[in-house]
Design a protein around this ligand. Structure first.
Ligand SMILES: [Zn+2]
Length: 284
């Protein structure tokens, strides 16, 4: 685990990359903030969590780190020991947890506990959709305050650029930047960035609040082919997947969340309900 405390004083906030080693976008954000730290007005802790899995380009070495919290310092499993160490490192801090996914190029925020504070932070990250994942339980966000963001497709250049932008918005929302642009000056021309205007996934300034979706259960079978779109309502009777060449239809309406043909070993993804648009929240 790599930990950098930057700025003066004890940090109250942390940015965490690489809970999953095959999701390198967060490292881009951690390194970018280190290189531009003079823009910050206060201290922050930057963490690259699973360095061994990152080096192996695998989700985990022994298991999925985000499924073993609170972990055990005496465990045989690398991830179980690391989970305990990470919770110590993040104790009392408000966290931005950066991920990427196979299910969606479009960035979205995830809260583990839908409090006013976590929903406000999720809205501040600038994504169009926010997922209440409390149904899933466990995970880092069941143990620390904060928000996770799925920054785009695993390994994509765009996901690295989104991770930096999301981090700038988070740092501004918690008062560590006067404005996100203070960190982002020059970012559009930095290596690995998608130039402004070149991608739909660049998180342009938002004038409408994001839409909150709540996960309510699993959906589909692992070998299903996903034929609908995440965050887009499937009506009763409409197909959302193909199984052995036959359409699989919704028995009742739902919004697909984290659904992908290649995502999970035991399901196609999750059924979500659209809760509604988040009012313009504050992060206080
Ligand atoms: Zn992840």
């Amino acid at each position: 685990m790599r930990v950098h405390d930057i700025g003066d004083g004890a940090p109250a906030h942390a940015v965490v990359a690489c809970l999953h080693g095959d999701e390198p976008c967060g490292v881009r954000a951690v390194d970018y903030v280190r290189d531009h730290q003079t823009a910050l007005t206060g201290p922050v802790r930057l963490v690259v969590a699973n360095e061994r899995a990152l080096a192996a380009d695998s989700r985990g070495v022994d298991e999925d780190l985000n499924r073993v919290f609170p972990g055990d310092p005496a465990a045989d499993s690398h991830e179980s020991r690391l989970a305990a160490e990470l919770l110590d490192t993040l104790d009392g801090l408000t966290v931005l947890d950066l991920h990427s996914t196979v299910s969606s190029a479009e960035p979205f925020a995830v809260v583990g506990r839908p409090t006013d504070r976590s929903l406000a932070l999720a809205a501040a990250t600038g994504t169009e959709s926010v997922v209440d994942a409390s149904y899933l339980g466990g995970g880092l966000l069941a143990h620390v305050d904060g928000v996770a963001v799925e920054c785009g497709r695993q390994g994509s250049t765009a996901a690295g650029g989104v991770a930096v932008r999301v981090t700038a918005r988070f740092l501004a929302a918690v008062g560590l930047l006067e404005a996100p642009d203070d960190l982002l000056a020059g970012a559009d021309t930095a290596p690995g960035f998608v130039p402004t205007g070149a991608s739909a996934h660049r998180l342009p300034p938002r004038d409408t609040p994001p839409v909150l979706f709540r996960i309510v259960g699993p959906a589909g079978e692992p070998n299903d082919v996903f034929v609908a779109e995440n965050f887009t309502r499937v009506a009763a009777g409409e197909p959302f997947a193909r199984r052995d060449g036959e359409p699989v239809t919704a028995s009742e309406p739902f919004s697909p969340v984290l659904m992908s043909t290649d995502g999970y070993a035991d399901k196609l993804g999750y059924r979500g309900t659209r809760v509604g648009r988040l009012d313009t929240p504050t992060t206080e």
